[in-house]
Design a protein around this ligand. Structure first.
Ligand code: SAH
Ligand code: SF4
Ligand code: F3S
Length: 470
């Protein structure tokens, strides 16, 4: 294996021993302590929070639904845009009142913001009630860090820069019994010029195929029906392993497992998405016919400045190939509006690209400068108003396209996973198509967890209406 550091089973056993010591600590005090975990950001963070909850439960904590009276509050943060950071600072500021009422409460901040030097300095100097700060690289030794904070009465900072590691066998408390995340790799090596992720998540490192297959088997046996494989760039899976298994191979091995389940994955980088990947998706019924393939910009000069390493033409070629082998594939994407130096004419190329592809859904962002990334130092003459205007045009165009695409579903019968009862209207169930489109339908709660054929009866911009076809 290349340079990937794997945490030894002995070191992980030591963490489990510490969990037991923390549980004993609370038992002699005759208290069942409460913990609350708040998550910002992407699916990777959701999955990390499930691990944190798993470890907290091993330490004897009960997971509380709110921060009220929690003995431990863990805030798992995202740094991808400035807005995310500001929300977190606002929320931890507000926690000071509860902290004053609850002596001994531990407020911990972890995740991607803990990897930003300037954030750590600000926490050190101005947020004294935040008593534990650790990066995602230190997640595996959270029990040790928690114990040190609990016993020493001192603030603990585990924020040294690191390329990251892999830890197998951490406990996990998944939030749903039906749909689950499965991380196949961590970190990112792409250094897109606007993006903070490679700085806070470390280098790309893949888990061993055998470990991933074992976790998938456990999930399937536990009743999971919808499994999403996670990585910042799943298409470069295995490059650091030298074991001859690439992402398409891994996907095929997983799709051959027994059981009634559906596989998805995210995120794919267009520069590494291969025809082999699309052929594999087409071949296996257990792989959902959907791909989230961020294009970020439709103009080649902007793409080059973004360090994306593909052109708009190459992107379109990939989409055309995917559709040639899977005509009904659902396509979603991410776009950034207002990258430094993007002109109004260059932005027109983004509009052209979405009209050409007709994505099912689009996640649109206004560029946010991240300290330490190359783009943050680029001249950025466009005004906020100009960027907002382009952003609004993009959103309006995509809403129209999403609406039109949703209308194409009406009258069709599609297999969906019924995944819950509608929160707004309890007489309705919610279901998801292969492509993750939301369908609402009348039905009994007993159907939750089943794959069923659903006839689509009506459509809107955000969801579809349907009825059981049998
Ligand atoms: N690894 C994934 C995406 C991770 S971040 C990928 O490569 O596709 C999710 C999305 O946030 C990105 O796709 C991008 O569209 C957006 N994003 C990242 N950095 C940003 C920034 N500085 N400003 C605005 N949007 C950003
Ligand atoms: Fe960020 Fe690019 Fe890596 Fe995605 S591929 S996480 S956008 S650097
Ligand atoms: Fe945010 Fe970190 Fe994910 S920056 S998008 S939580 S990898």
């Amino acid at each position: 294996m290349a340079n990937t550091v794997t945490i030894s089973p002995e070191a992980l056993q030591a963490q489990r021993d510490i969990c037991r010591q923390i549980a004993d600590y609370w038992q002699v005090r005759r208290r069942e302590p409460l913990a609350w975990v708040d998550t910002y950001g992407c699916q990777q963070n959701e999955n990390d929070s499930e691990r944190i909850r798993g470890m907290l439960v091993e330490c004897g904590y009960k997971i509380a639904p709110t921060e009220e009276d929690a003995d431990v509050i863990v805030i798992n943060t995202c740094a991808v845009r400035e807005h995310a950071n500001q929300r977190v600072f606002g929320n931890i500021g507000a926690l000071v009142h509860g902290y004053r009422r609850h002596p001994g409460q531990i407020i911990a901040l972890c995740g991607c913001m803990a990897g930003q030097k300037e954030v750590v300095e600000r926490l050190r100097n101005s947020f004294h009630h935040v008593r534990l700060v650790f990066t995602s690289h230190e997640l595996w030794r959270f029990p040790e860090l928690l114990q040190r904070t609990l016993l020493s009465g001192k603030r603990v900072f585990a924020t040294e820069p690191s390329d990251g590691s892999i830890a197998e066998g951490l406990p996990v408390l998944r939030s749903s019994g039906l749909k689950g995340w499965l991380s196949i790799m961590y970190g990112c090596n792409n250094f897109c010029s606007y993006c903070i992720v490679p700085y806070v998540r470390g280098r790309e490192r893949s888990r061993q195929p055998a470990d991933i297959l074992a976790e998938a088997r456990e999930m399937i046996a536990a009743g999971y029906r919808d499994i999403t494989l996670l990585g910042q760039n799943v298409n470069s899976y295995g490059k650091d392993l030298d074991c001859g298994v690439d992402f398409a191979d891994l996907l095929a091995q997983l799709a051959e497992l027994d059981g009634d389940f559906l596989l998805r994955f995210m995120t794919s980088h267009p520069k590494d998405a291969s025809k082999k990947l699309f052929d594999t998706m087409a071949r296996y019924p257990k792989i959902a016919k959907v791909i989230h393939l961020p294009f970020q910009a439709g103009n080649d000069r902007v793409l080059k400045e973004m360090n994306r390493r593909y052109t708009a033409a190459q992107y379109l070629e990939l989409v055309d190939y995917a559709r040639s082998v899977m005509p009904d594939i659902v396509l979603t994407s991410d776009v950034i509006v207002g990258f430094p130096g993007e002109t109004d004419e260059e932005f027109e190329d983004t509009l052209r690209l979405i009209e050409r592809v007709r994505f099912d859904a689009l996640f649109t962002f206004i560029y946010s400068p991240r300290e330490g990334t190359p783009a943050a130092a680029m001249p950025d003459p466009a005004t906020r108003e100009q960027k907002q205007r382009n952003f609004d045009r993009l959103v309006a165009a995509q809403n129209r396209i999403s609406d039109e695409r949703h209308r194409e579903y009406v009258g069709k019968t599609i297999r969906c996973l019924i995944d819950g009862v509608d929160e707004q209207d309890q007489s309705l169930l919610t279901a998801r198509t292969d492509g993750n489109r939301l369908v609402r339908l009348p039905g009994e709660a007993a159907l939750v967890g089943q794959f069923r054929q659903i006839r689509i009866t009506a459509s809107g911009t955000w969801s579809l209406m349907g009825e059981l076809a049998e």
